[in-house]
Design a protein around this ligand. Structure first.
Ligand code: UDP
Length: 406
C-alpha cells in the first residue's frame, strides 16, 4: 500500500502551492508508486465564509490595502494573539477541517501554510489517533507566529532567522531543521544555457536582459517600475511577466517601448526565463528569491509585502544577492549602475546570488516527510470535555474586548 501524504496549502499567492507541488514531485520522482499525495486548499475547500474566499481576497488585500495588511500581520504576530486568532478561526472551521481529515486519511500530514498550521493541528488532536504532522515553513525570514505550534512533530524552516523565531515561539531546537525553501526539482535541471534559452524565447542574443516579475499575481508597482526603466533608455532588453494580472498585461501591451521589450502573462517555464536573464527586478517573494538564487540571478527588489516579506529584503541585501530599491526611480538607477559595470560586474553579482541557493532543500524535505510517513500514528491525549468547554469559554472571553462579564 502506498504511503499517503496530505499537503494542506492554499492558493493565497503562488508560493504555497508551488512548495507543495515541488515536494510532491520530489517524492514521486524518488519513490514512484510507493507514494500517493493529495493537495488540498484548506481555505477554499474546508473553511466557511469569509476564509473560503481567501485565495481571491488575498491579492486584493495586498494590492489595495497593503499597509492595513502589514498592521494586521504585526498585530497578530505574538504567541498569544496568534493562538487566539487561530482558535477563533478554528471555532468556525472545526467541522469542515475534521471532514478534510476524514476525506483524506494520511500516513503523514504536511502543512505549507502559516494560518492553516495551527487549526489543522487542532482538528488532528481531536482524533483518537493522528498521523505525524510536518510543517514546511514557506516564508523566508520574518516568519509569523502562526507557523509555530509546539504540538507539531517536525518543523522544516528555510533560514537560520526562521529557526531562531521558532525558538522564540517555544519550539525545541531538535524539533526544527534548517533545510532551505523547497524549489521544484525540475527547476535546477531545466536551467538550460543562456544562449539556448534566449533562442527558444525569441529574445535578443546579446543585449543584457532585465526580467521583471511580481509573484504569481503580478502585484505592486510593476507597471510604474517598468516605465521608469524604459525612460532611462538603457542598452538592454526588458522582459515583463504580469503573472495572473490580466489588466496589467493589457496595460503593458498598450505601451510603446524604447528598447526591445517582451511581455507575458502567467508563464509556466520560469527556469527558462531565469536562465535567459541577467538581472531580476521583483518583489521580495520567497519562492522567486530562492529560484533566482539557484539560477544565479542577482536581484533588484522593488517591493515587499509588509510582514511576511519584510525580512526577505534584509536577507537578500545582507547576503549580497541583490539590492533594495523601493521606488521606480531607484530601480532604474540601480539597473543603470549594474549595466554600466559590464559583463564582469554582472558575473560577480550572479556568483554572489548563487551563494544563498539551496537546490537540495526539496530533497532534504522530501526525505524528512518520507521518514515521518513510516512512523506509527500518534495517540492523542484523552480529551477532557469539561476542560474543552472551559477553554472555548476562555477563548470567547478573550476575543470580546473587555470580556464577557463587561
Ligand atoms: N510564477 C510562475 N509564473 C509566473 C509568475 C510567477 O510560475 O508567471 C511563480 C514563481 O516562479 C514562484 C511563484 O510563482 O515560484 C511566486 O511565489 P513568490 O513566493 O515569489 O510570490 P507569491 O506569488 O507567493 O506572492
Amino acid at each position: 500500500m502506498p504511503k499517503r501524504i496530505l499537503f494542506i496549502m492554499s492558493d493565497t499567492g503562488g508560493g504555497h502551492r508551488a512548495a507543495a507541488e515541488a515536494i510532491r514531485d520530489a517524492l514521486i520522482l524518488k519513490y514512484g508508486d510507493e507514494v500517493q499525495c493529495n493537495l488540498v486548499d484548506g481555505f477554499r475547500s474546508y473553511s466557511p465564509f469569509p476564509f473560503k474566499y481567501m485565495p481571491e481576497l488575498y491579492p486584493v488585500l495586498i494590492q489595495y490595502s497593503k499597509s492595513s495588511w502589514g498592521v494586521g500581520y504585526n498585530l497578530l504576530n505574538t504567541k498569544r494573539r496568534a493562538k487566539l486568532a487561530a482558535g477563533a478561526i478554528y471555532l468556525t472551521a472545526e467541522k469542515r477541517l475534521k471532514r478534510m481529515l476524514r476525506e483524506y486519511p494520511a500516513d503523514v500530514v504536511v502543512s505549507v501554510h502559516s494560518v492553516l498550521t495551527h487549526i489543522s493541528m487542532q482538528a488532528m488532536i481531536s482524533q483518537e489517533k493522528r498521523p505525524p504532522y510536518v510543517v514546511v515553513v514557506t516564508d523566508l525570514v520574518s516568519t509569523h507566529h502562526f507557523w509555530y505550534d509546539r504540538r507539531t512533530d517536525r518543523v522544516l524552516v528555510p533560514t537560520q532567522p526562521a529557526f531562531e523565531r521558532g525558538l522564540e515561539a517555544g519550539l525545541k531546537p531538535e524539533q526544527m531543521r534548517v533545510t532551505g525553501l523547497p524549489v521544484h526539482p525540475k527547476f535546477a535541471e531545466s536551467l538550460v544555457d543562456k544562449a539556448a534559452a534566449r533562442q527558444t524565447l525569441g529574445w535578443d542574443a546579446t543585449l543584457p536582459a532585465i526580467l521583471m516579475v511580481a509573484g504569481g499575481e503580478g502585484m505592486g508597482p510593476l507597471f510604474k517600475t517598468a516605465r521608469a526603466l524604459n525612460d532611462k533608455n538603457l542598452k538592454c532588453q526588458l522582459v515583463i511577466i504580469a503573472g495572473r494580472n490580466k489588466a496589467l498585461k493589457e496595460k503593458l501591451d498598450e505601451c510603446d517601448w524604447n528598447q526591445p521589450t517582451h511581455t507575458y502573462g502567467f508563464v509556466t517555464d520560469m527556469p527558462r526565463f531565469m536562465a535567459a536573464a541577467d538581472i531580476l527586478v521583483t518583489k521580495a517573494g520567497p519562492a522567486t528569491i530562492s529560484e533566482a538564487a539557484i539560477a544565479g540571478l542577482p536581484l533588484i527588489l522593488f517591493d515587499a509585502i509588509p510582514g511576511q516579506e519584510t525580512g526577505n529584503v534584509d536577507f537578500v541585501v545582507e547576503n549580497d544577492a541583490g539590492v533594495f530599491a523601493p521606488s521606480p526611480e531607484l530601480v532604474a538607477n540601480a539597473a543603470q549602475q549594474w549595466l554600466s559595470e559590464g559583463a564582469a560586474g554582472l558575473a560577480r553579482r550572479s556568483e554572489a546570488a548563487r551563494r544563498i541557493a539551496r537546490p537540495n532543500a526539496v530533497w532534504d524535505i522530501a526525505d524528512e516527510i518520507w521518514e515521518y510517513a513510516h512512523q506509527p500514528a500518534i495517540k492523542s491525549k484523552k480529551r477532557n470535555i469539561l476542560k474543552d468547554v472551559a477553554e472555548r469559554a476562555k477563548l470567547l472571553n478573550d476575543l470580546i474586548p473587555g470580556g464577557l462579564s463587561s
